[in-house]
Design a protein around this ligand. Structure first.
Ligand code: UDP
Length: 327
């Protein structure tokens, strides 16, 4: 199949293009390079464009005779969404609507989109299932809820087939070193930890040591980006044979605290990670772990690459070669 991948020059997008190509599909990357990188477009053609440009999108869908869409292009910084909600509603809501319009205009019926388990708010202590209530706590999460609702409504009215994949914490990098994480600025735990190990920052700041968890630091479910990429390919295959809307959580089902990640990283890297305590980061839930049972039952997906050791080893290898996003 020919698949238009919005945001295909980004972190999860580039890994998904590789997974599509490995599965015999042809990705066409559609990206405005606002945060994506041209050098991460290594599989399939590249179209430079903004998702809010419906004419350009529909033109790309027609020119490449696409069979389906994977939609990653979005803004994804919670703090920024609070200070600049207009941009978030513009890109994540109006942009997603533009993608759906272009699909209707060109007769493309199937779409897989990036969701987030932040749509549930802060369900500390409960593995997150798809049917928990939607209680978004910030503009970013609200834009994701609106997008999910648009997909369901387009499904009922126009027969659109959609799958929303709500991710746990994406981490790790391509084992072959062909693509990887390059955010600028970089806020995520594992690259920040590697920056501290490499002496690029004086120390990793651990946000909060008084959470109601075993060691006082926040617990998250870290899922290898290659596992996420494979899930998109499986979801597309599922949509070819089933009506939507489908909503699936993608996680490993296991939680790791910040402190346990530091100690595993010290083992994997064979060196100390300088770290210091810092105040809690506003809005951080204590404990977020996804229940991936439905993804296994419905699309036969489960995490295969997401051991903490593999996440850390692939991330360390990638950043040693490619640097960090700000380079
Ligand atoms: N974290 C931290 N120091 C950092 C970055 C992150 O202690 O420099 C913590 C953060 O508070 C959260 C976990 O690591 O508990 C994962 O954060 P990240 O930003 O990677 O992902 P999020 O869970 O916010 O999506």
């Amino acid at each position: 199949m020919k698949i238009l991948v919005t945001g295909g020059a980004g972190y999860i997008g580039s890994h998904t293009c590789k997974a599509l190509a490995l599965a015999g599909h042809e990705p066409i990357v559609y990206d405005n390079l606002s945060s994506g990188r041209r050098k991460l477009v290594r599989w399939g053609d590249f179209v430079h464009g903004d998702i809010r440009d419906t004419i350009a999108l529909a033109g790309a869908m027609r020119a490449h005779a696409v069979d389906g869409v994977i939609h990653f292009a979005a803004l994804a910084d919670v703090g920024q969404s609070v200070s600049d909600p207009e941009s978030y509603y513009s890109v994540n809501v109006a942009g997603s609507l533009s993608v759906l319009r272009a699909m209707r205009q060109t007769g493309v019926q199937s779409i897989v989109v990036s969701g987030s388990y932040s749509v549930h708010g802060q369900p500390d202590g409960i593995p997150i299932r798809e049917d928990l209530p939607l209680l978004p706590q910030n503009p970013y999460a609200r834009t994701k809820v609106v997008m999910e609702q648009m997909l369901a409504d387009f499904g009922h009215a126009y027969g659109l087939r959609s799958a929303v994949l709500r991710y746990a914490n994406a981490a790790g990098d391509d084992a072959d070193g062909e693509c990887g994480e390059l955010h600028n600025p970089e806020h995520h735990l594992i690259p920040r930890l590697l920056m501290a190990a490499a002496g690029r920052i004086p120390a990793l700041r651990i946000f909060g040591n008084d959470y109601p968890t075993e060691d006082g630091t926040c617990v998250r479910d870290y899922i290898h980006v290659t596992d996420l990429a494979e899930a998109h390919v499986s979801a597309l295959g599922h949509l070819a044979a089933h009506d939507g809307p489908l909503v699936l959580n993608l996680g490993s089902g296991s939680g790791y605290s910040v402190k346990s990640i530091i100690s595993e990283a010290e083992t994997v890297l064979g060196r100390k990670i300088p770290h210091e305590w810092a105040p809690r980061r506003p809005g951080d839930p204590a404990w977020l772990v996804a229940d991936p049972a439905r993804a296994k039952a419905v699309i036969g997906w489960q995490a295969r690459h997401s051991s903490l050791a593999n996440i850390l080893a692939t991330a360390a290898a990638w950043h040693a070669r490619a640097g960090f996003g700000g380079d």
